[in-house]
Design a protein around this ligand. Sequence first.
Ligand code: FE2
Ligand code: FE2
Length: 225
Amino acid sequence: MDDAESVGVEPIISKGLIGIHKVITRGFSVSNDNIQIFIQHDPSDAETFGGFLDYLQSLTTLVHAHHSTEDEVVFPIFKRELMVAPYDLLKKGHVKMEGLLDQINPIIRNPDLHNEDTASMLKLQDLVQSLSDLWAPHIEIEECRFSQNTIAEYLNTEEQRKLSLKIGEQMQKNSDPVYMIIPFIYYNLSGRARDLMAPFLPPNTNFLLNSWKDHWMPMKPFFLD
Ligand SMILES: [Fe+2]
Ligand SMILES: [Fe+2]
């Protein structure tokens, strides 16, 4: 039994927080590994490289959506409830990471980028590595401060449900295009971690294999089954 379940509060907020952190953490790991491979394998086939750029773009979109959700929706409510955390430090972390996203996005959105463009690829490698270096200690603070037990002390089940709806709205607003971001979340998780994120994903996953498939399929080599 989870800690928060033991005090009778469904731990929906911490599940979502940890789930998205897991997706993004895997996203950084896959990105770092593959940038290295693409730099070394010269030239790579255009289709696989294109799928990788889609993967990176979905990752940067999700990181931004997550930061914006924390800054604009989650942290103001946690602060209002007097939940203790180093909010200024977390906010500064978001600003630093957003600065790196602002440098990564023009590189990966450049339609002429190819893995043989060594200067751009090395720059990309450096930026993604710097971003993941900031990410790891940042989420450690969040997961420690906003544990299931702590959130349950401040927000009851109904309050958590209301907050999770607001989180969903804010995430959706920033998850464009949704036919890339939802598959990105789904396929960067597996097993129990994917099950835990189910309340935050559309209830029916047929879309993954139907109308959206052509869009996200190029990212498949970088996804879990
Ligand atoms: Fe954060
Ligand atoms: Fe976070």
